[in-house]
Write a protein that binds this ligand. Structure first.
Ligand code: ADP
Ligand code: MG
Length: 696
């Protein structure tokens, strides 16, 4: 197997190896300069690259190419163009020019833009991101691209991300220079852990709610849930194991370093984690992974659910964003061994703490989606309050620095400048607290709030930009100081003192924390409509404008897109519930009641002495639930119609949250109660127990 893995790894990718092998050396050098330093690619070079790339792709079976991009919907988009070009003599040749490689012009009028483009001037263009390798998928050469309007506005998730990576790199280089290091590039890295569910396709197909919304809108609790905790890291079902093997292979072919796979906490829930990579590449790979998961599940008679909350009462799915930044030689979140390394680490750490405290509200927007609203704060994922876990050892160091007192931790050390040799941070003590939304795990931060269905670009561009801003202020303030170490230590002390309120090492799921967080003045925005307002706040717009990541117009347009998206999702869910209730559930209950009533009548006809108590009790209960459902259906329809007709996007999203969701909950409660006592052969939706505990 080892040989085959090595053979297949990256076989569908036009990677560094292929470039070096196939490109003329001068072309290769120019392309490298573009990739590494962002230098523009000249037309001649682009033509050579395109032609070589085309030849390679055709060898891999490609007939088409596409500019693969990430519009604001978050998922990926592609429009396939053939290489084929008919000739006057009736034959055809395969063509692909440098121009086609570098720039594409999809008709973008149907992608959300939040009013950035009127439909009549809907043109946007896609531009090659040469730092993420092209690859072949389904006989199509896919070229990773960013998507902008002709006036330069970002219409996608990737553009601000690429901008933020450059900005964090620039500011970090300035800081490192003060530490005597001549570095010209710093990379940001991400390792996304992807959770998902697998259910049988035959069950899935019977559930319109799963098909249309990705989650079950009805379903009474299974008689067994996750309480036995036997699924986590448990033996993997054979059918799932086959799926995972094929998935690994397909991912490896695409050069995606899929590394660990295991069962998760909930029954039928699993996780896949790759080895971390440069942020934009890691995110491209994560999106590809999600796509491959869905495709390959189908080949095994399964469906991969990536929604944050497919099943009520059962843990939902997240996507942990393991985040760090590094130079060629060092991970900047590694505390290091010498006093100078420690000082550098404390500067970086303080900048991250300050960034997260100052921009917690903005970071919260990155994880706000209707699906993720079901997870955050529901005792299975961190609450909607953003706090940082640093572990006991670092907390003791921070205490000592802030109070000018000697460090009293388990490891002896001097604290001359406020910082001297840090204790060794053992991974064990840093990784224990699973309830923290933003945890320091020894040499990286693990942001645990993102939802499983999300594109991680928002999270990372916000994080990168906020940290870049704090590092900039450090570099601006300190560069003039004569005694650098002293000034840096003082900056660390001041920054930690001002922002340590965001540090919390306790149980993030507890009610006491919610109260404590309120006392500390930390924002706690519980639902998407409440969270999104941060996109309109001056402080946040100023941050993005200061670094040219997003303009005010772009921020406001994103607010519109997100609020509209929220309303649309809720509207689809409400309509799907109505449809299922009307066309499937109420008829099922009625049929069952009819049969029960007929049985009772037949029994009475045979002999008056036969009891019909069981039938009567059942009928009374079912009839009661049917009435409740009928009333709940009317109420939901009325409130959904009213809300759907609202014009103002802000008021509308809030109305979906405040009025439509409670009406949906009421309908579900009545239906779930009916399911509990309705005959299984009558109930049209596969039940939770069967969906979650299939054997194969
Ligand atoms: P777990 O969170 O399950 O304990 P690990 O801590 O081993 O798992 O790693 C989780 C993810 O973090 C992996 O994708 C790993 O590659 C990634 N990771 C490790 N180091 C870094 C880093 N310096 N930057 C970003 N991600 C990293
Ligand atoms: Mg993790």
């Amino acid at each position: 197997m080892a040989a085959t893995v090595m053979e297949i790894y990256g076989s569908k990718v036009f990677n560094e190896h292929e470039m070096r092998e196939r490109l003329p050396s001068s072309t290769y050098k120019s392309l490298k300069a573009t990739i590494e330093q962002g230098q523009p690619l000249d037309r001649e070079v682009a033509n050579v690259v395109a032609s070589v790339m085309k030849r390679w792709a055709i060898e891999k079976g490609a007939t088409h190419y596409t500019h693969w991009f990430q519009p604001l919907t978050g998922i990926t988009s592609e429009k396939h163009d053939g290489f084929v070009s008919p000739q006057p003599d009736g034959t055809a040749i395969m063509e692909f020019s440098g121009k086609e490689l570098i720039k594409g012009e999809p008709d973008a009028s149907s992608f959300p833009s939040g009013g950035l483009r009127a439909t009549c001037e809907a043109r946007g263009y896609t531009a090659w991101d040469p730092t993420s390798y092209a690859f072949v998928k389904d006989d199509v050469l896919c070229i990773p691209t960013a998507f902008c309007s002709y006036t330069g506005e970002a219409l996608d998730k990737k553009t601000p991300l690429l901008r933020s990576m450059k900005i964090l790199s620039d500011q970090t280089c300035r800081v490192l220079k003060l530490f005597g290091k001549d570095i010209n590039h710093v990379s940001t890295t991400v390792g996304p852990e992807q959770e998902y569910f697998l259910v049988r396709k035959e069950d899935y197909d019977k559930r319109l709610d799963l098909v249309l919304t990705g989650r079950t809108l009805f379903g009474s609790a299974p008689s067994k849930g996750q309480e036995l905790e036997e699924h986590y890291f448990g033996v993997i079902r054979p059918v799932v194991s086959d799926f995972m093997k094929e998935l690994d292979e397909e991912l490896w072919k695409l050069g995606i370093p899929a590394k660990t796979k295991h069962n998760e906490v909930a029954p039928a829930q699993h996780e896949l984690a790759p080895i971390y990579d440069t942020t934009n590449v890691a995110i491209d790979h994560n999106l590809l992974t999600m796509e491959m998961m869905k495709k390959i599940a189908n080949r095994h008679g399964l469906v991969c659910l990536q929604h944050e909350k497919p099943f009520e009462g059962v843990n939902g799915s997240g996507k942990h964003n393991n985040w760090s930044f590094c130079t060629r030689d060092e991970n900047l979140l590694d505390p290091g061994d010498t006093p100078m390394e420690n000082l550098q680490f404390m500067v970086i750490l303080s900048a991250v703490i300050k960034a997260v405290d100052e921009y917690a509200d903005l970071l919260r927007t990155a994880v706000a989606t209707p699906g993720n609203d079901h997870r955050l704060g529901a005792n299975e994922a961190p609450p909607a309050i953003i706090s940082i876990f640093v572990g006991e050892e670092l907390e003791a160091v921070i205490d000592a620095i802030c109070s000018d007192s000697p460090y009293a931790g388990p490891v002896k050390m001097k604290m001359d400048l406020g910082v001297d040799v840090l204790p060794k941070i053992s991974k064990d003590t840093t990784d224990r607290n699973r309830t923290s939304p933003f945890a320091f795990t020894g040499n990286k931060f693990e942001f645990r709030m993102p939802g499983s269905a999300q594109n991680l670009s928002d999270t990372n561009f916000i994080l990168n930009t906020a940290v870049a801003k704090e590092l900039k202020s450090f570099a601006d303030e300190i560069s003039q100081e004569a005694d650098f170490e002293c000034a840096a230590a003082a900056w660390v002390k001041k920054t930690l003192t001002e922002h340590r309120r965001v540090i919390f090492n306790g149980n993030g799921y507890s009610e006491a924390w919610e109260q404590e967080a309120a006392r500390r003045g930390l924002p706690n925005r519980k639902c998407t409509p409440d969270a999104m307002v941060a996109l309109k706040e001056d402080k946040n717009i100023a941050l993005m404008e200061q670094f040219g990541v997003l303009s005010k117009t772009e921020m406001l347009s994103r607010y519109e897109v997100e609020m509209e998206h929220y309303a649309k999702i809720l509207n689809i869910e409400a309509r799907t519930m109505l449809k299922i209730a009307h066309k499937q559930l109420i008829p099922a209950i009625t049929t069952y009641m009819g049969d029960v009533a007929n049985t009772a009548a037949a029994k009475a006809a045979v002999s008056e002495s036969l009891s019909t108590r069981a039938e009567e009790k059942l009928l009374a209960a079912l009839s009661g639930y049917a009435d409740e459902m009928s009333d709940a259906v009317d109420a939901l329809k009325a409130v959904a119609d009213k809300t759907d007709a609202m014009e103002d996007k802000t008021a509308k999203a809030h109305a979906y949250h405040d009025e439509v969701i409670p009406a949906m909950d009421a309908l579900r409660a009545a239906a779930d109660a009916a399911e509990e006592i309705c005959g299984e052969d009558y109930w049209p939706l596969p039940c939770y127990s069967r969906m979650l505990f299939y054997t194969e």
